[in-house]
Design a protein around this ligand. Structure first.
Ligand code: BMA
Length: 338
């Protein structure tokens, strides 16, 4: 780990409010969509084909993030961005160029579906990194200007690497989804441990698909949120329809000390592709969450999700209500097949 010349700008829970819009009077949904969706258009920067499945965090008294911006050559790339209000974003036009001590690892082939989390003294980034197929790339930044890359966490193939926001029992902990090299038609969530962010082991199985909406595969979404009831996770689930994959997302609660133990799991999805911007785009029928901002004093949540692999959208909710949903819809013996 590098020594810092100047202390990093830490996330602050006191400064800028997270995006918010009250639940529409007519809505009974646990999560509701922002009326001004999508918040990030596909062409926010001159060379982007699409901007989706992206990660935002608090940064000082504002917000920053790492964005999946596929280029107009359709190269999957990561771009840094900043925002005062977490709704209106400015993205760097140039993709992130990671500094890496080892050319073998730092030779960027492609990167997508980033997650970002503050742990201890820096913002850690994980993403789906091309290294003889998809695996989980790991890097960090202090300022969203200079980015460092370290070892890939796993052998290929793997997707959806999502770090917990603190060490658990003295180890860094990451959710991931072993996969294959294509449009993987299977997938279950595992958790792994590391003493140093480089060597990953003590792999434990967390969750397999259970409900019809997630029957083909599941994968972790935003950084888990610590609550007194457990780690609240949002995860995507995929159904294979006669018209292809359909990506929805739901939620579950994991044990605080042993996060491979699922305490409760909401049976229905929370969001599924239903709006035009979720159903029409480069890949129709995809809602794919990669980040959530949590305002602890109010319990408000702002969840960022990619829509139709084209644009970025926002949904809102309250942590307490999501926990109630997860507990009240939990099934002890869910359907075992569709
Ligand atoms: C997955 C990933 C995601 C994408 C999804 C739907 O395998 O590539 O980035 O949103 O497929 O195309």
């Amino acid at each position: 780990m590098t020594n810092l010349a100047t202390p990093p700008l830490t996330p602050s829970n006191a400064a800028a409010p997270i995006p918010w819009e009250d639940r529409p009077a007519v809505s009974t949904e646990v999560l509701w969509r922002y009326s001004a969706n999508p918040v990030i258009p596909r062409d926010l920067i001159p060379t982007s084909n699409s901007i989706f499945n992206s990660a935002v965090v608090r940064y000082g008294d504002a917000f920053a993030g790492v964005f999946r911006a596929d280029s107009n050559t359709r190269k999957m790339q990561l771009h840094a961005g900043r925002s005062a209000d977490a709704v209106n974003w400015e993205l760097d036009h140039e993709p992130i160029s990671f500094l890496c001590d080892d050319d073998e690892v730092g030779n960027f082939v492609y990167g997508y579906d980033p997650r970002v989390v503050w742990i201890e003294d820096r913002y850690w980034i994980t993403w789906c990194n091309g290294y003889h197929g998809p695996t989980i790339g790991v890097g960090y930044t202090h300022d969203f200007k200079t980015f460092h890359q370290i070892e890939n966490a796993y052998l290929p193939f793997n997707r959806n690497g999502v770090l917990f926001p603190r060490k658990i029992n003295d180890a860094y902990v990451m959710l991931s989804r072993p996969s294959d090299n294509g449009h993987t038609p299977f997938g279950e969530i595992f958790v792994s441990h590391s003493p140093d962010m480089i060597h990953w082991g003590r792999h434990r199985h967390v969750m397999k698909p259970e409900q019809p909406w997630e029957w083909t595969k599941i994968g972790a979404g935003p950084i888990p949120i610590e609550t007194p009831e457990g780690w609240l996770i949002f995860y995507h689930g995929v159904l294979t329809s006669c018209n292809g994959y359909v990506y929805s997302f739901g939620a579950a609660l994991l044990d605080l000390d042993e996060p491979w133990k699922v305490l409760y799991r909401g049976a229905p999805y929370l969001i599924s592709p239903q709006r035009d911007y979720e159903c029409v785009g480069d890949v129709p029928n995809v809602t794919f969450p990669c980040a959530a901002l949590h305002d602890e004093p109010t319990g408000r949540l702002a969840i960022y999700y990619g829509a139709a692999d084209t644009v970025t959208a926002l949904a809102f909710g309250y942590v307490d209500e999501v926990i109630d949903f997860v507990k009240s819809t939990h099934q002890d013996n869910p359907v075992s097949q569709v």
